[in-house]
Design a protein around this ligand. Structure first.
Ligand SMILES: Nc1ncnc2c1ncn2[C@@H]1O[C@H](COP(=O)(O)OP(=O)(O)OP(=O)(O)O)[C@@H](O)[C@H]1O
Ligand code: SF4
Ligand SMILES: [Mg+2]
Length: 342
């Protein structure tokens, strides 16, 4: 059975259809991302949220064809800028770093510690945009200046290890935006930074997206950060998207009990909630372990016996653009009390 209803076609930078990521484990194949489908339109800002281990980073890495061995990726399709991406190739796809670029939570992992920052930026420009050495250096100074590095010429001569976390993240952002990507994937770009620097990095992302009309896929476990930045939100739980929709609608009227529970952990957003859960008691299933029925059922205040039997499909609700994977959503007669496993 398909876990997702088909999506309408849109003019998209990236289309992901039925993406799954599997790792071998002692108990057999662990499918840690399952049937994930979404698309990112030109210039759109999409947020991907969910608890630790829900599959956010692997979804991003699968798009970038960066799943480490022995992991495997399967998908109906991953389409980048209108072209289907080959799933089984050991070569870096041509669009990585150019059409689609990514920055991660730990900028050291995306910077080469043994290579001066200047070389790392100018190589991107020379390789992908055919800049001359002089042009590339001038552009590198411009880029470092644009991301708020105080003394670009000095930074170009330095190695990543001498910079603070905030400065490294700025350098990673400068490299990521150097080729004006159509989509920037930012995987927890602010988690390791202090609050002031976090705000500055988000401002930079916003400016970059506005100036170059780049789309952004912002990954975070913090719904507050994502809600402030994105037009649309995808909520992941146990490897699946369980709800998606425009930010204002999803925040004001969450359809999935897990989204409701996530919202309670964002104090400034709890005021308008129609129904509250005190906290998300319990923990998600261990990554990739097959669960019968709805993976959220053991933690869900609305669970009924059928939730422990049948896994809800991610379906579009009525004529709206919202999608939800929950038996109770849109069902006015659904009991409001927890039944527990039968
Ligand atoms: N290399 C790997 N081998 C086996 N399992 C993995 C591997 N990488 C990730 N996983 C598992 O896949 C699941 C999803 O991992 P992922 O890193 O995508 O989560 P995440 O949502 O990004 O979490 P976080 O918020 O902590 O970054 C987790 O259960 C994790 O244990
Ligand atoms: S399907 Fe059932 S258990 Fe799952 S979120 Fe909906 S009500 Fe809760
Ligand atoms: Mg992650």
């Amino acid at each position: 059975m398909s876990l997702v209803e088909p999506m309408p076609e849109i003019d998209a930078v990236v289309v992901v259809d039925s993406l799954s990521v599997t790792f071998p484990s002692d108990e057999g194949a662990a499918e840690v991302v399952r049937g994930v489908s979404f698309s990112v339109g030109k210039g759109q800002r999409i947020g991907l949220v969910g608890e630790s281990g829900s599959g956010k980073s692997l979804t991003a890495r699968a798009i970038m064809q960066l799943i480490p061995s022995p992991g495997t990726v399967s998908a109906g399709e991953i389409r980048v800028a209108g072209n289907s991406a080959a799933l089984s190739t050991s070569n870096a796809p041509q669009w990585r770093g150019t059409t689609v670029a990514m920055i991660t939570q730990d900028p050291l992992s995306s910077l080469n510690p043994l290579v001066r920052i200047g070389v790392q930026i100018t190589e991107m420009l020379r390789h992908h945009l055919n800049y001359t050495r002089t042009q590339a250096r001038a552009r590198a100074v411009e880029l470092l200046s644009a991301v708020g590095i105080p003394n670009p010429p000095r930074t170009l001569r330095q190695f990543p290890s001498v910079l603070s976390g905030g400065m490294r993240q700025r350098v990673a952002l400068a490299i990521a935006i150097s080729c004006n990507p159509s989509l920037l994937i930012a995987d927890e770009p602010t988690t390791a930074l202090d609050v002031t620097i976090q705000a500055q990095v988000l401002d930079l992302l916003e400016e970059m997206s506005a100036t170059h009309h780049s789309a952004v896929l912002l990954i975070s476990h913090d719904l507050g950060v994502v809600a402030n930045f994105c037009d649309e939100i995808l909520v992941m739980y146990a490897g699946r998207i369980v709800e998606s929709g425009p930010t204002d609608q999803l925040i004001e009227d969450p359809l999935h009990p897990y989204t409701t529970a996530l919202l309670t952990s964002v104090p400034s957003m709890t005021e308008a909630l129609p129904e509250r859960l005190a906290s998300i008691a319990g923990s998600p299933p261990v990554g990739g372990v097959a669960v019968k029925g709805c993976a959220f059922a053991p933690r869900c205040a609305l669970a009924q016996p059928e939730c422990f039997e049948d896994e809800p499909v991610l379906r579009q609700l009525d004529v709206s653009v919202r999608r939800v994977a929950c038996h109770a959503a849109g069902n006015a007669t659904w009991p409001r009390r927890f039944q527990g496993p039968s």
